[in-house]
Design a protein around this ligand. Structure first.
Ligand code: CO
Length: 212
């Protein structure tokens, strides 16, 4: 049997089981989605948002890329963010990094990855901003873990600088922005930092909006 056929078989078993447990579940879901969370995670196959959070279909709007980076010129990411914040009105945006992130490791190296260099430069910039702190850490793995945390925290700051987020904060005092890290070694998620509508956005990243 082809590996892909295995997936189709597993899907059939999953759908049959769900229908058995809750006969109306697919019917309900085909009408609309009302997720409360936007997940910005790494494309790494070991960190599936729904699985590690024990969530069901319909609960999390998901965007994943290499090393969970927020890039203002990425039309794909910005479309997901805009739809999640302005239309679905999610209450939380979670940027989740993870232990053993190959994207972060590649960004820390001096290897020329060709086309991927441009993407990794987003993480290299985070390294550069914190290089003094990072270079004090002698152990390579510990330094990598530190950059993984710093990267997740840097990405919620990138979100904070965006008018989509600031406008939502102005209009409805949401979403909260969370930086998390997932520990591959034990399956636990850790909250690193949360910022929300009371954050003072530094100049010149602050936008003004008409009074409500
Ligand atoms: Co990764």
């Amino acid at each position: 049997m082809k590996a892909s056929d295995q997936l189709l078989l597993q899907n059939k078993a999953w759908a049959d089981e769900r229908r058995l447990l809750d006969p109306k579940s697919f019917e309900r879901q085909s009408e609309t989605q009302k997720p409360r969370f936007l997940w910005v995670g790494c494309a790494d196959s070991r960190v599936p948002a729904e699985v590690v959070t024990g969530s069901d279909p319909g609960e999390i709007f998901v965007h994943r890329n290499i090393a969970n980076v927020v890039v203002a010129t990425d039309l794909n990411f910005m479309s997901v963010l805009s739809y999640a914040v302005q239309v679905l009105k999610v209450e939380h945006v979670i940027v989740c990094g993870h232990e053993g992130c190959g994207g972060v490791r590649a960004a820390m190296s001096n290897t020329d990855y060709g086309m991927l260099n441009k993407w990794l430069s987003n993480i290299k910039e985070v390294y550069f901003s914190h290089r003094q702190e990072l270079e004090l850490i002698g152990d390579k793995e510990a330094r990598e873990d530190k950059l993984i945390s710093l990267n997740a925290r840097a990405q919620i700051r990138q979100l904070m600088k965006m008018s989509i987020i600031q406008e939502a904060w102005h209009q409805r005092r949401a979403p909260m922005l969370h930086a998390w890290v997932y520990h591959l070694s034990n399956g636990n998620l850790e909250e690193l930092e949360t910022i929300g509508p009371d954050t003072v956005v530094p100049e010149p990243f602050r936008f003004h909006f008409a009074p409500k």
